[in-house]
Design a protein around this ligand. Structure first.
Ligand code: ADP
Length: 754
């Protein structure tokens, strides 16, 4: 028997070394630490027990026993910690420290076995056959230590059996079974040892056999069932190392799992899980998830999420995660702030542009108006040949030429302002497409009238080829369609020195045009100009892009026209493409879908307008109206003077007011046939003045037509002013023909003499 026990001891020592080696190789986490701790303490005891079995007297025995107990006092605790960790139970550091301190306290009495009766009250070395024994009676510390170890043993039984029952995974269950057996063997050997249930228990520590069996099952669990495989440990580790807090609750909302970051946020989680309680904050998480709002805790911002946990398609709980998105929300706030600043700046820019346009348009109105007067006076002189003096005539010719130059520069300036305005409007997302019925022939007529004149000035021929079968009545934004075609044609003339410019208008497919159908109007503008290099063609439609500046430096432009045109075309659902050969010319093709109002064809438009614009008209007032009374309201003296000058020959009686208040005074005393009202005026603007005028009790001018005359040229202005109650709209700079047309339209017919 003696030899058998020695053999068992050696085998256990080898087995424990093997477990230690496996543990070290697969190291990772608390489970490994506790197992290693258990093996080392058991190794110490087993080695010392070899010495005990070889002891020849009490002194040898007690010395070996003291060495052995250095390990043995830790066996129960380390094994219990290992089993608890294996079952997923975690105990606070305080409990572990108290248990450790108690062990050391016990060891102190073991070291002083001979001098104190607290551990062994009495002991005596006796040789029982081959076995050296030390029969003893226990002291209080001995019983306390034994009881605590029994408690550890039974706690292990409880934990491992519970975990075994709950375990669903097959392999994990087998792994747990090994530990169940190990625990049961350990407990049985402990009980046998303590109660000396078998006679052998009096000869030697039967727990030695228990340790051997436990070690064997540990090895099976490690080798066969991969107990120390790092995956499980790694999973735990990874979950704990996540920055997200993770909380798992079962269907009854009781906390069943959480990771370290979650515990940091909610220290009471440990308590809740142990006592199987619900977590009240879960409802806050649910609410936040529903509303999409983050949760603020401890100065940080967390986004909660929830995922259902299912097993065999049955919901077994929910996994809540809380990710710390404080940085993200910080960036978002900063972005919002930056966007707010950018929006404000953009708005300020748009306001500035609108104001600037108004401010610039007002003096241009005066410049172009007076220039018009100069050219009219010169034309009269030329007509009447008032003077025979060649010097005087030359002077008039020069003045007439200078005036022509002022007109062209002024109009150029106006078109630049219009471009900038349109651009800022598009940028601010305020550009609107205003659709209505229009006649394609009159649109093309307008365009050709202007382009023929410009082309002729440069010595270019302009030709137009319009498919005669195209329907004439269309529905769309005529102003914008005209704007883009004019812009492309103007460019063609601008960038062509000799040869021709051509406008081809057709449909994109040959078919019958029926009312209500969509017609894709294709306008091709072809020129024999300088062309565009292939590498420049991509940049063509970018804002402020001017290309080939070496050749174009003398041509005026802002680089905005094509960008505006492309954006307007795309707002209308169309597209623009370009084909060009550098040095030979370009083809710009615009396609815009427009609704057909009536299928009636446009006919032979080319012949009708072929000669349009060839002659420059000499101004002659269209009518006289000596009995008519009109009121012109404007805060700028020059504007008032321009209108008066324009209408000088019509003999109309014109009153002027320099603001809304003055206008109200005048209208209270006199009835007018027509009122022209500026919009932006200090103190009282046009809209306000109109409101008072229309509400004057027994007012003389309640029914007098009021035309808004403003430099506000932003798209949509006309509609806005009409909606505010004005009868019509006239944009500045005022053109004499337009002014006269409005007067003819609104004056009573009997007062107009032709
Ligand atoms: P702008 O004419 O005011 O400079 P645009 O946006 O209308 O601005 O045109 C951008 C550039 O495209 C022009 O500067 C010019 O270099 C080029 N471009 C436009 N149309 C033509 C054309 N028909 N032929 C050659 N180059 C052109």
């Amino acid at each position: 028997m003696y030899q058998f026990v020695i053999c068992v001891l050696y085998l256990t020592i080898i087995g424990l070394f093997a477990v230690c080696a496996f543990t070290l190789v697969k190291w990772g986490g608390l489970l490994h630490t506790y197992l290693f701790f258990y093996c080392v303490s058991n190794l110490v005891y087993n080695c010392a027990y070899v010495l005990i079995l070889h002891s020849q007297n009490q002194e040898n025995y007690v010395t070996a026993l003291k060495i052995g107990y250095f390990g043995r006092i830790w066996v129960g605790l380390s094994f219990a910690l290992f089993v608890a960790e294996f079952c997923g139970e975690h105990y606070s550091t305080a409990i572990k420290v108290v248990a450790g301190v108690f062990n050391m306290f016990t060891y102190f009495f073991i070291l002083n076995l001979e001098s104190t009766p607290l551990y062994y009250k009495h002991m005596e070395y006796v040789k029982d056959g081959d076995f050296p024994t030390l029969p003893h009676s226990g002291g209080p510390i001995y019983y306390a230590f034994t009881l605590i170890n029994l408690f550890y043993a039974f706690a292990c039984v409880f934990l491992i059996i519970r975990a075994f029952i709950r375990e669903k995974d097959k392999i994990a269950k087998k792994r747990k079974l090994m530990i169940v057996i190990a625990v049961l063997v350990m407990v049985s050997s402990y009980v046998i040892y303590f109660l000396k249930l078998i006679p052998l228990a009096r000869k030697f520590d039967v727990m030695i056999i228990g340790y051997a069996i436990v070690t064997a099952f540990m090895l099976i669990a490690i080798i066969k069932y991969k107990m120390l495989d790092t995956i499980a440990a790694a999973k735990n580790y990874v979950v704990d190392e996540l920055s997200e807090g993770i909380i798992v609750v079962d269907n009854g909302e009781k906390v069943s799992y959480f990771n370290k970051p979650a515990l940091k946020l909610f220290p009471k989680l440990d308590e809740l899980r142990k006592t199987g309680q619900m977590m009240p904050e879960i409802h806050d998480f649910d609410e936040a998830i529903r509303s999409g709002e983050p949760i603020k805790m401890g100065g940080r911002i967390y986004t909660p999420r929830v995922n259902p946990l299912t097993e065999n398609e049955t919901r077994i709980g929910s996994l809540y995660s809380l990710s710390d998105d404080s940085e993200y929300y910080g960036y978002m706030d900063e972005l919002r702030e930056q966007k707010h600043i950018a929006d404000n700046a953009n708005e300020a820019k748009s306001r500035f542009l609108a104001n600037m346009s108004h401010e610039i348009r007002t003096p241009i109105n005066a410049v172009l108006g007076f220039n018009e007067m100069i050219s009219r006076e010169c034309a009269k002189v030329a007509d009447t040949k008032e003077t025979e003096e060649p010097v005087v005539n030359d002077a008039f010719d020069n003045i007439s030429m200078y005036s022509g130059n002022i007109e062209s520069a002024g109009n150029n300036l106006l078109s630049i302002i219009n471009d900038i305005l349109d651009f800022s409007k598009i940028e601010a997302g305020k550009m609107e497409i205003v659709e209505g019925r229009y006649s394609l022939s009159s649109l093309l007529n307008d365009i050709t009238g202007m382009i023929t004149f410009r082309a002729a000035e440069k010595g270019l021929t302009f030709a137009m080829d319009v498919d005669e079968t195209l329907p004439n009545e269309l529905f769309g934004d005529m102003v914008r369609v005209r704007q883009v075609i004019t812009n492309i044609l103007t460019n063609a003339v601008k960038y062509t020195d000799k040869g021709s410019v051509m406008l081809i208008v057709r449909s994109d497919e040959e078919k019958a045009f029926n009312e209500g159908d969509i017609l894709n109007v294709v306008a091709v503008v072809r020129d024999t100009g300088i062309g565009i290099r292939p590498e420049d063609q991509e940049k063509l439609f970018g804002s402020f892009e001017r290309l080939d500046l070496k050749h174009n430096s003398t041509i005026e432009g802002t680089g905005l026209g094509l960008s505006i045109s492309r954006q307007l075309i795309s707002m209308m659902g169309g597209k623009i493409t370009v084909r060009s050969k550098y040095g030979s010319g370009s083809d710009f093709t615009i396609t815009i879908p427009q609704k057909i109002v009536s299928g009636e064809p446009i006919g032979n438009l080319n012949a009708r307008i072929r000669n349009a614009g060839k002659e420059k008209k000499v101004y002659k007032e269209a009518f006289t109206a000596p009995d008519a009374h009109i009121l012109v309201v404007d805060d700028t003296y020059l504007n008032l003077a321009v209108v008066k000058e324009f209408l000088k020959d019509t003999k109309i009686e014109i009153d002027t007011a320099d603001g809304g208040r003055k206008a109200l005074v005048l209208t209270a005393e006199k009835q007018y046939d027509l009122i022209f009202m500026d919009q932006r005026m200090p103190n009282m603007d046009g809209t306000e003045a109109l409101k008072y005028l229309r509400s004057q009790e027994n007012g003389l001018n309640l029914k007098t037509p009021v035309i808004c005359m403003t430099a506000d040229a932003i798209i949509g202005s006309r509609e806005r002013y009409l909606a505010e109650g004005f009868d019509d709209y006239l944009s500045k700079p005022v053109k004499i023909e337009e002014l006269e047309q409005k007067i003819i339209k609104y004056l009573p017919v009997e007062k107009i003499k032709k």
